[in-house]
Design a protein. Sequence first.
Length: 232
Amino acid sequence: MAKWSAKVQIIKEPGNQAERWLLDTVKELSDKAGIKRAEGGLFPAQQAHAFATGWNKNEALVAVSQGLLSRFRPEEVRAVLAHEIGHVANGDMVTLSLIQGVVNTFVIFASRVIGSFVDRVIFKNENGHGIGFFVVSIVAEIVLGILASTIVFWFSRRREYRADIAGAQLAGRGAMISALAHLKKESEVPDQLPDTLPAFGINRGARDGLAAMFMTHPPLEDRIAALQNAKL
């Protein structure tokens, strides 16, 4: 998201009908979600991409790529915007940052405890921290960091399901499913898009086993199935 956010053109005064529609849709969805109107933006990219950012639900920016705006049907773009508004209304950006901070703090603390324990019990070092403490602490921090990151990724995947539900509630179940299906179709076109389809963090190809634990977003087919079975 960072590389795109620097290129976003925040629309203050719409210069054409598409920009006017985008601003009106963001306003409508913000009002419907019960949050202060998010800012709307566009950025130059042919990949289907959209994101939301902001430090709280009443100070947010929702942006879409030119490619998504031009290739997707209006109801699908509206559903994508509703998904991003859902992230804002749910406070997902702040919550994810807090979880990441707590996890990082735990990893650092636990690795120091393990390093100190091994240094004193295994290496019998009673005079400050020896080499064993530093080596074990570094190794423990790497291992614990990998394990702890699965918690962050799990939350990230759960928030996508929640944002899909919010998008369906704001824009309609059919439109949200259609948008996800369109994204899935684009992700399957060989040599047309890069291996990573940026919209919703979609990665081309199925993931299972341990690899699935390190995905930030669930597979599109799982998200579509969840929406089809959800009680709205």
